[in-house]
Design a protein. Sequence first.
Lengths: 194, 194, 194, 194
Amino acid sequence: MPKLGMEPIRREALVRATIAEVGLQGSLDVTVSQIARRAGMSSALAHHYFGGKDQIFLAAMRQILRDYGTSTRKALARARTPRARVEAILEESFAAPNFHTEVIAAWLSFYVHAQTAPEAHRLLEVYRRRLHSNLTHALRPLTGRAAPGQARILGALIDGIYIRSALAQPAPDRGEALEQLMHVLQHLLAEGRT
Amino acid sequence: MPKLGMEPIRREALVRATIAEVGLQGSLDVTVSQIARRAGMSSALAHHYFGGKDQIFLAAMRQILRDYGTSTRKALARARTPRARVEAILEESFAAPNFHTEVIAAWLSFYVHAQTAPEAHRLLEVYRRRLHSNLTHALRPLTGRAAPGQARILGALIDGIYIRSALAQPAPDRGEALEQLMHVLQHLLAEGRT
Amino acid sequence: MPKLGMEPIRREALVRATIAEVGLQGSLDVTVSQIARRAGMSSALAHHYFGGKDQIFLAAMRQILRDYGTSTRKALARARTPRARVEAILEESFAAPNFHTEVIAAWLSFYVHAQTAPEAHRLLEVYRRRLHSNLTHALRPLTGRAAPGQARILGALIDGIYIRSALAQPAPDRGEALEQLMHVLQHLLAEGRT
Amino acid sequence: MPKLGMEPIRREALVRATIAEVGLQGSLDVTVSQIARRAGMSSALAHHYFGGKDQIFLAAMRQILRDYGTSTRKALARARTPRARVEAILEESFAAPNFHTEVIAAWLSFYVHAQTAPEAHRLLEVYRRRLHSNLTHALRPLTGRAAPGQARILGALIDGIYIRSALAQPAPDRGEALEQLMHVLQHLLAEGRT
DNA sequence: AATGAATGAGGATTCATTCAT
DNA sequence: GATGAATGAATCCTCATTCAT
């Protein structure tokens, strides 16, 4: 009794399973079988829906970045002042769903992967550009022409804290991470007023 | 034409070849054969000298970190003032031999690997601790009790710039990287005087 | 032409092929590929169904011992008198399916293997205990308390004839083997009456 | 400073090392390197003296059989009566130097090997014939024409006890082994007198 | 829609053997 | 006499992928 409309469900399950498996193993060296098993189906079906391992990975990356993008957009919508907008972006980078051991590990793995896989590289480029643009827009009312440079620094710092969190034992400290970011932010904001 | 005392030569060649190959491919998914071929020997010999792929990787990581450590030590020895010491550390992080596309890519790959391999994790931990300690000592005369926290921020920023450089197209800009770091450093140093 | 329910068929084929190949080569130094080829499939499939060479060997041993156990049980069921029961056991040890050059060679190879492989050792131990118990039970009505010791002697003699048969050129003589056993049996049975 | 007359010393050391290593591992799957290391030399030297692994094994087999032959000859020389001669042969089969876990294991391994290697097969054949001839000669004065058949039975029983000893946990019981043999011997000797 | 069956390609590792010194 | 150096060949095992049902 074949079911209809299974495709989106299956794809979603596979993508979630991929993130989980890659995150857990901390490496892209996961087999399609492992992913499929975790998603509750055969590896043949995984191929059927995605065509190949690379596509599965790509879909998983898209999911991670889309999740991040979505939550950021929501946070921005809630912010009322320019400064609140900046802080919202920074906070969201370390918000619970993203700043989770598994997701960080998966993110880092995909990051490495992007060195080789052009499509993956493109995805990260989009994410980076959006982050940069968001930050710049938020900072502009506060620091004017200094905004782009500051956005670049904050972006690098976010990535740096992320990558360090990937090795944190036993678990990365969300509060501490945010504190460091805010500390630097404060300095940068003071810039304009000097 | 077998000679005596080949071991250190072969090991060195293999380590360099490993860094190059991993750097070029941007991934640890390199075969022992590839590494051995690049080093000009059979894969069997590579196993003979290192015992296994893991040991080869470990040796390559050690080399990268040792290279970095050595150059930093030299730079510190040359510095005359406290501030010069801090700058020396930061500059050295992006100095030519380290801040090279291949080395950066290899470094990032090993970073991911460290999530899984305990020994590799330990190596990075040592590196991180040393960087933190160097920075803290250098900052202490300038900012006192604020030094450790600032060292942490600078360390994360260094890593962040590194990881971003891994994806930079076509090549990471050493000058820009340093500029960002120095910018933040300046802010941090001003802290004490406020 | 993939069908369903191939697993038992494939496993059976592999087990038979293993016994044949080990028997023919007279050694456990057979490759999985050789076994798989003889069984008409790829070595990858052999691994798929058994997980590894060791498991294949274990399954082959189990098959040999199970075959022997089955035929013995049937022979015992047919025997009507105590003496007939003893003779049935001895005869079955050298009955056609078991006492075949290939099977003997395979059996001997596994025997050696059992010195090293605990699981294989356990299997042989079970076989030996069962033979001993069968013989003892059959002898008890005839020779009373002497039965266990006699069973041990007959068991050792069976193994001795087996191992000698492994080197027999061109083929072991079933009749002669049995004759020797029966000769000793006759002596042992006379024991009680002296 | 090359030493003269090292050859016999090296060969002896290698042969002993082979028996020990094969006995310990309970398998012929020992590497030339392991043997050479145990004998205190490089594997290249082992090849130099023996030409190849097979020759090393052959030499080891010869040693085992020669040791056995020598001790038997001595024991026979000490025996004064026909019966004592028979018992001497049997006892010697389980005498300390031969009936040792390692030697038994090595012997069994070589036995299996003989199924494949013609030269090894020939060696065992010689040993078997000599044992048979020794036993027959010793039995003839006692049981006349029955001697050859009895020799065959005793020979098989010896091998049977040997092979079982190879799996004995934790160590084979020399006394029990001999007892079984003597028990059967007694029966066989009674034969003539009936 | 879903999967068991099946395999080719590839990779780490081991080892007997050779060779130049 | 002795060995470190070196390798080709082999072997186990894994895995992405395909296919018939």
